[in-house]
Design a protein around this ligand. Structure first.
Ligand SMILES: [Zn+2]
Length: 129
């Protein structure tokens, strides 16, 4: 089965359907990007709802989207499907709290670092399709 490709419109739609509920799952708050080792990511309570990585793009851009002076790890950094690191993320929905979580793996010289951010609809307000 193909994994559903999400863009700004479909991701926004997915986020609109989710209530704002505090999560008590092992992932934690993740309002900004956080390193979450695989063993802390509760896969069994997650539904893979899609990917933001366009299979037709060989190397997604590393350009980031910060029109209001935010940084990569700002809790209020906008979520733009076409920009780094969102353009290489998978989206999961937590069965316990209904939050949508974005995940990708940061590759360093000697490490791999899985990261997670809670996708909140507020972070997509300024995003145009
Ligand atoms: Zn949860």
């Amino acid at each position: 089965m193909d994994i559903r490709l999400l863009d700004n419109i479909t991701l926004k739609t997915a986020l609109q359907a989710t209530p704002h509920k505090a999560c008590s799952c092992a992932v934690g708050g993740c309002e900004a990007w956080e390193s979450v080792p695989d063993e802390r990511f509760p896969k069994t309570q997650m539904t893979h709802i899609g990917t933001l990585r366009d299979p037709d793009i060989y190397e997604p851009t590393f350009e980031q989207h910060h029109p209001d002076g935010t940084n990569y790890d700002s809790p209020d950094a906008p979520i733009s499907a076409k920009h780094f690191p969102y353009n290489r993320c998978d989206a999961f929905s937590c069965k316990t709290c209904q939050r949508v979580l974005l995940t990708y793996t940061e590759y360093g010289g000697y490490y791999v670092d899985p990261r997670v951010r809670w996708a909140q609809i507020e972070m997509m307000k300024s995003i145009k399709p």
